[in-house]
Structure formats: structure tokens, C-alpha cells
Design a binder for this molecule. Sequence first.
Ligand SMILES: CC(C)(COP(=O)(O)OP(=O)(O)OC[C@H]1O[C@@H](n2cnc3c(N)ncnc32)[C@H](O)[C@@H]1OP(=O)(O)O)[C@@H](O)C(=O)NCCC(=O)NCCS
Length: 325
Amino acid sequence: MNVSTGPLTSYEIVYDIASVTAHHDCPDIPFSIRENFLKGIDNPPPGTVIERYLGYLDDEPVGYVELDFPQLDNLDIVGVDLLVLPEHRRRGVGRALYDLAVERAAVHNRKHLQASTVDRHPDGKAFAEAIGAKPGLAELRSRLDVTALDDSLLASLRAEAEKHATGYTLRRWQDVPPDDLIDGVAYLEGRLNADAPRGDLTLEPEKMDAARIREDMLTRQKRGRRSYQTAAVTGDRVVAWTWIVAEVDQPAHAWQSTTIVDPEHRGHRLGMLVKLENLAYVREQRPALAAVDTFNAAENAYMLKVNRAMGFRVADSWIEWQKDL
Ligand SMILES: CC(C)(COP(=O)(O)OP(=O)(O)OC[C@H]1O[C@@H](n2cnc3c(N)ncnc32)[C@H](O)[C@@H]1OP(=O)(O)O)[C@@H](O)C(=O)NCCC(=O)NCCS
């Protein structure tokens, strides 16, 4: 059989490849509905150029690679999402798409490819090792079973956290942060790559500002997502922030995204407090919510401890790989 690669001919084919592959490699993570996935292609995150290619066996498209080239920071990196349909693996399509990724990385002057694989299925890890990538960061996906939440436990965690967190006000909102908080949110989000464990991955703090946060939240809305956010504020300063994002048409599932506390205000249980408040907010807004998934670095003991106390349990292990060119 002849292996080849080429430009994208149809968004629909990409959805078919991506959804079948996702169900095979991570069966318990609900995959984006077709409409929102397609909206995502037309509404990329701000500050990122995305290229997409198909991999073929003879004339049949069986693989897909998405290459994300950050434009505002991390200019040495390309994020890679490489997928081959399960029944067509081990025929060289993955390697052909990888060779194309290396070619495109050179065109964009990038020095590092980064991609993630899940341990529950052996193919991704074996492939990454075969192309000479190095494990950069071990991650855990944890899941909160919202249907089994113990509300009295959450109330006691909250009471305990509040004892350590006097002098802070909690604010919550959907999507774009309010004008008086957006600069503070951008400051915290911009710290993330410096503050959260990043292992051996080459990553620099993102250049964040209010305009980028606003555009990011607006493009998420255009991709059919809603973001539920809570901040802890003291005076006019945002000192902790967390958010959960969900697809509008997937009422049962959501993703816990960034949680970050300003270094000067750590040790006051603000991480726990904003997470509990935000979870309550999401449950009010999305009463059918059944599961929340989140990723953490395996070495991020503090965040994992907070998550475990709330009821999150580890679902699987992931590796973020880096291939230096
Ligand atoms: C990773 C993936 C894209 C590979 O696609 P593929 O078309 O099977 O890749 P190739 O056929 O080009 O394999 C290249 C080499 O990787 C290695 N490899 C791939 N899968 C393997 C497995 N299950 N066991 C052992 N080695 C494996 C082999 O060395 C293989 O060469 P060989 O077949 O000549 O021995 C595919 O398995 C996939 O879509 N996985 C899920 C998504 C994912 O994890 N993507 C991220 C990859 S960094």
C-alpha cells in the first residue's frame, strides 16, 4: 500500500478521524460534538497559527496531524496532535505525518515538537519512543463524579478553608472577566507556565494581557463553549482564579482548567476556596453535570491534594513528550 500526506480536503473527514481515534484511545472522555469541533477549526485560539494535513493509505484518508505554532511567545515550539485510525496503524502513516511535521517545523523556525499520549493505550508511547522523543512531563487525568458528591464534605472543606482566608471576597462570572478583574486574571494566567510544574518541557510564560484573555474567551464562545470562573479578590487585586469550561451541548461533562493563586497569597486555602465556589456555580448553571475531568502534573502535590479532598480520583496517566530538532 502507498503511504502519502497532503493538505486538508474536508473538515468532515478530520472530525471522523479525530472522533474515532479519541473514542478508541480515551473511551471515557466525551468527544466534542461535530458542530463544535468544526466551529473550532474556524475559530482558533488567539495568537496561534494552525496547519492541518491528512495522511493517506493509497487514496484513503486514515490519519491527521494538527500543528499549532504559537505566535506571541514560545516561538521555538510547535504543538503536535497526530492521529491515525486504529485499524490502519503500523503501516507508516504516523511516521509520514511526523516527517511532514518536522518539515513544517523547519519552515516556521521551530526547535521543539511537543505532543501528549495516554498510557492506557500503548500505541502513542511506543510511537513517541520510536521517533526519539523524550518524556517531558508526567501528567494525571483525574475525574470528579458529580453524581456521587458528598455535599456535607464539601461544606466542611469550605468552612475549614474560610477560616484560613479572611479578608478575601469571591467573585464569579461567565466567559469574559468583568472589566475591573480582567487585568488581574491576565496577570495570573500569564504566570502559569512559570508557576505550575512543567518538567523538562521547554515552555516560557505566555505573554498574556486583557485583550488576549478577552479574545480567548470570545473565541471559546464561538467554538460552542461556556467558561465558568471564580476569583478571590482583596482590595482591587485578583489573587486567585479558577475556571471550568464546558461544551454547550454536552450538559453532563466539563473540564476543570487553570487554578492559580498569587505567590504572595498562598497558604490561605484560596485554591480550595475558589474551586469549591466555582464548582457550586457550575452545578447551579448546569444541573445535568455528571463528571468533571482535569489534568495535573503528577508532581503537583498541592493541586492533587486539593482535588483529592474534593473527590477527584485519578483516571489515567499521560506523558507530554518533547522531540528536540
Ligand atoms: C501514534 C500514532 C499516530 C502512530 O500511527 P501509526 O500510523 O501506527 O505509526 P507508524 O506505523 O508510522 O509507526 C511508526 C513506528 O512507531 C512504533 N510503534 C507504533 N505503534 C506501536 C506499537 N503499538 N507497539 C510498538 N511500536 C509501535 C514502531 O516503531 C513503528 O514502526 P514499525 O511499525 O516499522 O515497527 C497512532 O498510534 C495513534 O493515532 N495513536 C493515538 C494518538 C496519539 O497518541 N498520538 C500522539 C503521538 S506522539
